[in-house]
Write a protein that binds this ligand. Structure first.
Ligand code: ACO
Length: 338
């Protein structure tokens, strides 16, 4: 007698599921602080900031405007672009290093405000790499069949953890939020190649004190301020990002020439340009927002994605490479066939 299985396997077990980007959204607070305004209160200049970092201005949240407020606005725009509502979601992963409260997760506040009643919502903390970590987490939930429609948010109010007297750090950061809706689709037919191809995450805790906040609930019962060894961070960023980008391309048997768009974390124009040169990409194929947004940590990549999809630069079928590095150190990259 030939062996006969007692039950047919459900379709979800037979068909590979891929996470496709269904929509992007972004939000920046109204208040803009220019380099000239900073130069009026600190020993710095527009020339120094622009030359060393590429930053000309940053957005800063209004008093009382919280990370959850920025996240909610970006999330609503991403849902609208995806043609979905809050109750279509079954997962929210929110990347932030500046949550509203120590707990609960800011993601749960956004969940309630979106009217999402099922599934799970939680925060991830990987500082400037947060969006890539959150994207990877949501992608794995979807591929495992544990979620169908996921909202991935990067939202920050770094202005609240800056030492505004420290010219070496306060000129570098800004506030904002970006969001991406992911939809799980069977990887077949015209959808076979589209979606997140892979994500690659790394960390090295031996560099914990290169970029950190000098307070916290357990350490000091205060929020604290951002501290950084700028030169060391720069050196590690260039090296680690080059490694993880190679890893992502090799994993997918792709080469530099296959990349249509580089959407990097926006920390410093010189770091971004060095990656563009490595990949052999012309500057117009690198999405740059650092000049206007400064470094918005976990929000910088989804903000850049929303901009470059909103103005039609990134098109269906193109290969998008995202990469980031942040405190920890943490770093990662993802390849997305749009
Ligand atoms: N205005 C004027 N002068 C300044 C300022 C400022 N805002 N900040 C520092 N300086 C001075 C320093 O005091 C120093 O003066 P000195 O020579 O008299 O001592 C001089 O400028 C040079 O300072 P460095 O720190 O050596 O300048 P550097 O060229 O390394 O640039 C910077 C500093 C822009 C922070 C750079 O190291 C950098 O971008 N590092 C990466 C850090 C980063 O991006 N962090 C973000 C989080 S991690 C991430 O997202 C990847």
């Amino acid at each position: 007698m030939p062996f006969k299985p007692r039950h047919r396997r459900p379709l979800s077990e037979m068909t590979k599921i891929r996470s496709q980007v269904a929509g992007c959204g972004a939000y920046l607070p109204d208040r803009v602080i220019t380099n000239a305004e900073l130069a009026g209160r600190l020993d710095t200049s527009d020339e120094w900031i622009t030359q060393r970092t590429g930053i000309t201005q940053r957005h800063v949240a209004a008093e009382g405007q919280l990370t959850s407020d920025l996240a909610l606005r970006a999330a609503r725009r991403a849902l609208e672009a995806a043609g979905m509502r809050g109750d279509d979601l079954d997962l929210i992963v929110l990347a932030t290093a500046t949550p509203d409260n120590t707990f609960p997760a800011t993601a749960t506040k956004v969940q309630a405000m979106l009217g999402m009643t099922k599934g799970a919502a939680f925060d991830v903390q990987a500082v400037c790499s947060g969006f890539v970590y959150a994207l990877s987490t949501a992608d794995n939930f979807i591929k495992a069949g544990q979620a169908k429609n996921a909202l991935v948010i990067g939202a920050e109010t770094f202005s609240r953890i800056l030492d505004w007297e420290d010219r070496g750090t306060c000129v570098l950061f800004g506030d904002g939020a970006g969001a991406v809706v992911l939809r799980g689709v069977p990887s077949e037919g015209s959808n076979a190649e589209r979606g997140i191809l892979s994500t690659h995450l790394h960390s090295d805790g031996s560099n914990y004190d290169m970029l950190y906040v000098d307070g916290g609930p357990s350490l000091s019962q205060t929020t604290g301020h951002l501290r950084m060894e700028g030169k060391e961070v720069f050196r590690h960023a260039v090296q680690r990002l080059a490694e993880v980008v190679d890893e992502a391309l090799e994993h997918n048997k792709l080469s530099y020439g296959d990349v249509d768009w580089l959407v990097p974390h926006q920390a410093n124009r010189r770091i971004i340009e060095s990656m563009g040169r490595k990949l052999g990409l012309p500057p117009e194929k690198v999405v740059v927002t650092i000049d206007r947004h400064a470094n918005t940590s976990a929000a910088s990549i989804p903000l850049a994605l929303a901009e470059a999809t909103g103005d039609g630069r990134i098109e269906k079928g193109q290969l998008v490479l995202v990469e980031a590095m942040g405190g920890g150190f943490t770093w990662g990259a993802s390849l997305i066939r749009w």
